[in-house]
Design a protein around this ligand. Structure first.
Ligand code: CTP
Length: 399
């Protein structure tokens, strides 16, 4: 995983959003990272070093002087050990210092001394964020290769609504993972389908399935993290689309098929994680179907098998299919792999607690064309996605 045993130096500046750094530290350490906190003088007025020391399990640094006796120089030591420096929240004042090479405290000195990538997450009042001086400083830093997670819209501590709120902690974590991930999918154009399809019967009813879209979204997120250009074709879900991914929303299997075919030519890898409805109501009623006494019958029509169609015209593209099975899992998955002409078939058993529809975890087997089977234990869908992409990278490398 991208954060395991990574040294993350977290710079915290003085702003009301400083309290959110506690959540950030706790999430990063849970993912296996080593977090070393550096606070500016004004940050200490918003949150105590003791809180952050307890959460990170590491000493919190606040001062450049006096240099600790017997220890290496703090700014050089931290600068060298950093895999990444994250500044969250970053104030307009600190941004200005970074942009102009001013080194008057530990954090700004560290920025000059490090070779590690630097991610800045600003938070400030809307007028300050939109001030031309701040804008120019941000642009200058971007041009010099600093990464940014820009502030979001929301209610600010000063009582107004606008841009300036520190980005969500999840967004910051995802950007850290992206920066630290190996870019082994760089240059790849990935098309992912996710979620269920809805096949309408009348204006208020449809035929569907409980797919949440989580597996497909995880595939899209991890592919983007590893450097791919990603298009996500998604059925209706409640999920937030991953950052940096082009998202195309669809409802029915026919819409999904058309959108996939429109984007297929350009793609080098296609991942069909969507749970496509195999059938649709034979006819659509323009008006709500009213209750009538006696039996009610609905005729169904077959939907096209999108994956099978792609398998016929895949050329050199890598095709990844998914299947959920209740019995004879391997046998059914092998049959689908051959019939649909895919390179990898990812199969999960139905009925195992914590696996499959709606869950955050999954337990899958990954089958390839050579007959190899990777059997994975129950793990988060994000980890499953990492494993699947590892297999895809193996296929790419083997030519
Ligand atoms: N799939 C598809 N179009 C369909 C049905 C399925 O593209 N109309 C794709 C899914 O996205 C998935 C794979 O085919 O990647 C396997 O889906 P699954 O429903 O398990 O397979 P089916 O072929 O529908 O087989 P069955 O329902 O008989 O098990």
């Amino acid at each position: 995983m991208p954060l395991k045993e990574k040294n993350i130096i977290l710079g915290i500046c003085g702003g009301i959003a400083a309290y959110k750094s506690a959540d950030l530290i706790s999430k990063l350490t849970k993912m296996g990272a080593n977090v070393h906190v550096v606070m500016t003088k004004s940050a200490i007025k918003f949150i105590t070093p003791l809180t952050l020391e307890t959460l990170s399990g590491n000493r919190v640094f606040t001062n450049l002087f006096p240099p600790p006796k017997g220890d290496p120089l703090v700014h050089v030591d931290l600068a060298d050990k950093a895999d990444i420096i994250v500044v969250a929240p970053a104030t307009a004042n600190t941004l200005g210092k970074f942009a102009h090479g001013i080194a008057d405290n530990l954090l700004s000195t560290l920025i000059l001394a490090t070779q590690a990538p630097i991610l800045i997450c600003p938070a400030m009042n809307t007028n300050m964020w939109q001030n031309e001086i701040v804008k120019a400083n941000v642009q200058r830093l971007k041009d010099m290769g600093f990464y940014f997670v820009e502030p979001e819209w929301g209610e600010l501590a000063c009582g107004v609504e606008g841009y300036g709120r520190l980005a969500e902690v999840e967004t910051i974590v995802e950007e850290i993972k992206t920066i630290l991930s190996s870019k082994d999918l760089a240059g790849q154009k990935v098309l992912v389908t996710a979620g269920s399809t809805q096949e309408p019967l009348d204006p208020v009813r449809f035929l569907s399935n409980p797919s949440s879209g989580k597996m497909g979204y995880a595939m899209a997120k991890v592919a983007r993290r590893r450097g791919a250009e990603v298009t996500l074709i998604t059925g209706p879900t409640t999920l937030t689309p991953p950052r940096g991914v082009r998202v195309l929303g669809v409802k029915t299997a026919l819409e999904m098929k058309n959108t996939v075919l429109d984007n297929f030519e350009d793609a080098s890898i296609i991942v069909k994680a969507a749970a496509v409805s195999d059938f649709r109501p034979q006819r659509f009623f323009n008006k709500k179907v009213k209750k009538t006494p006696g039996k009610m019958e609905i005729g169904l029509k077959r939907n096209p098998d999108i994956l099978k169609e792609l398998g016929k015209k895949k050329g050199n593209r890598i095709l990844v299919g998914f299947a959920a099975e209740t019995h004879d899992i391997i046998k059914h998955a092998q049959k689908k792999l051959k019939e649909k002409n895919v390179d990898l078939m990812v199969v999960n058993p139905i009925g195992i607690p914590g696996a499959g529809f709606g869950s955050d975890t999954n337990m899958v087997k990954i089958l390839d064309r050579k007959g190899d089977i990777v059997e994975l234990p129950l793990m988060t869908k994000e980890k499953v996605a990492e494993e699947i992409w590892d297999k895809v990278v193996e296929i790419i490398r083997s030519g």
